[in-house]
Design a protein around this ligand. Structure first.
Ligand code: UDP
Length: 454
């Protein structure tokens, strides 16, 4: 009898890492693999609270993240340090316990690429090793070049910027500001250093990975995949690929907004969402609200708990009443279903990679409002490479003003070429996951390797 592979999957403990890894695991379950998915206790509890009963095709387990319950998981320095100290030992013990109690012993570890230590552990235990990168291949290739940036004198040996305002790895890749290199997004020098050191360390660990798979598609980043053949695109990993709903949400989805979308005209709604991390200050928040109002178009806006610095959600006076008929506010949307809705006209996004690939897969034009990490780079792809969106310009106070928002909305809706290019890209991207497409072929080879039938 053929053995049933037993996979341990471990994400970095953030929403944008958990959802796509879970998407991947659900695909693997569909192909006959057993998956044990390891969240931190903290995230596990949130996921269990937010999920519907139908969502349990994979075995969800948890380990501590090294912080006590009350500690702030947005403090990335503390979280990352605690994680590296505590989780490796816990993961090893978990694998040991599974192997003691389950006939179906663990055969493979799929770890988020940023958890290189999990790959080291898998190697030590003699297991198959897979690194999963939930973002653009372009941003991973940038991380792979950290040592080269040091050698070329672009950054110092602690990651500090030494020269060149912008860098370009490949001819067709957009230029990137050195201030946008991921560790430089943080103001705390200790955190900068920590992230930089981890990048160097991960680059070593990932050498032990037998596969490095990406939630991306060859047609979105052709030149990157051509230059880094070890990176294998298998995306987009959308729930619709397995005819289901997304799983792994930290907040409960407000599905009522889908009924509201049903009542809106075709291609009319501006969907506004900034992912799971972005925090706005009061001035930006108020300008965004007033800008949406000024557009005179229907909008669906995700205003997550904790979205604004400080307490509460200080909408401009009278905003809620004035926009009652055209605007809908939710705390967390079923985003993939929203993006697939025919009433959507465009996606005003922070350009997190999951949002980017989800919007692209639905043929939507973008308005780009990047916040940090890989988002400015993703924005460059959206606006300059694929030409399916527009960015906003900041005023002399560094704020994106209401009039700028209105103007860009009009420009995007007024020029059909954005939509035409978005629909063309959607067609190309979706054909990659159809039978015989490049992502589909890669995924099938990957599954055969996991099963030992390649
Ligand atoms: N998301 C969602 N509902 C929302 C906002 C976001 O389901 O209201 C999902 C979205 O579909 C995506 C993930 O959360 O899969 C956010 O990931 P992304 O990489 O876009 O941003 P991050 O949260 O990492 O900044």
């Amino acid at each position: 009898m053929m053995r049933r592979p037993h996979i341990i999957a471990i994400p970095y403990p953030a929403q944008g890492h958990v959802i796509p890894l879970m998407e991947l695991c659900l695909c693997l379950v569909k192909h006959g693999c057993k998956v044990t998915f390891v969240n931190s206790h903290f995230n596990h509890n949130r996921i269990i609270k937010s999920m519907s009963e139908a969502d349990n095709a994979i075995n969800l387990v948890s380990v501590p993240d090294g912080l006590v319950v009350e500690e702030d998981r947005n403090d990335l320095k503390k979280l990352t340090e605690a994680l590296f100290e505590v989780v490796p030992g816990k993961l090893e013990a978990l694998i040991h316990n599974i192997n003691e109690s389950d006939k179906n012993r663990v055969s493979c570890v799929i770890a988020d690429e940023s958890l290189g230590w999990a790959l080291d552990l898998a190697k030590k235990l003699g297991l198959q090793r897979v690194a999963f990168w939930p973002a653009a291949a372009a941003s991973l290739s940038m991380m792979f070049n950290v040592q080269k940036l040091v050698d070329d004198g672009v950054v110092g040996k602690n990651g500090e910027i030494l020269r060149k305002p912008s860098i370009k790895l490949l001819p067709l890749m957009p230029a990137m500001n050195t201030t946008d290199l991921v560790w430089n997004c943080f103001s705390d020098p200790g955190l900068q250093r920590l992230i930089f050191d981890l990048a160097i360390k991960n680059n070593e660990s990932v050498k032990a990975a037998e596969w490095i798979i990406c939630n991306s598609s060859q047609v979105m980043e052709y030149d990157v995949f051509a230059s880094y053949p070890k990176l294998i695109p298998i995306g987009p990993l959308l729930a619709s690929n397995r005819l289901g709903k997304t799983s792994g949400h930290f907040w409960r989805e407000d599905t009522d907004c889908l009924k509201w979308l049903d009542q809106q005209p075709l291609n009319s709604v501006i969907y506004v969402a900034f992912g799971s991390h972005t925090i706005f200050d009061m001035a930006e928040f108020q300008e965004l609200a007033l800008g949406l109002e000024l557009t005179n178009r229907p909008f669906l806006w995700v205003v997550r708990q904790g979205f604004i610095e400080g307490a509460g959600t200080p909408y401009p006076e009278g905003f809620i009443d004035r926009t009652r008929n055209c605007g809908r506010l939710v705390e967390w949307a079923p985003q993939q279903e929203v993006l697939a809705h025919p009433s959507l006209g465009c996606f005003l996004s922070h350009c997190g990679w999951n949002s980017t690939i989800e919007g692209v897969s639905n043929g939507l034009p973008f308005l780009c409002w990047p916040y940090f990490a890989d988002q400015p780079f993703n924005k460059s792809y959206i606006c300059d490479v694929w030409k399916i969106g527009l960015g906003f310009d900041r005023n002399e106070n560094g704020v994106i003003g209401r009039q700028e928002i209105k103007n860009k909305v009009e420009q995007l809706f007024g020029d059909e070429t954005f939509k035409t290019r978005a629909v063309d890209l959607q067609g190309e991207v979706l054909s990659c996951v159809k039978s015989g497409g490049s992502s589909n072929r890669n995924f099938n080879s990957f599954v055969n390797w996991i099963k030992g039938t390649d």
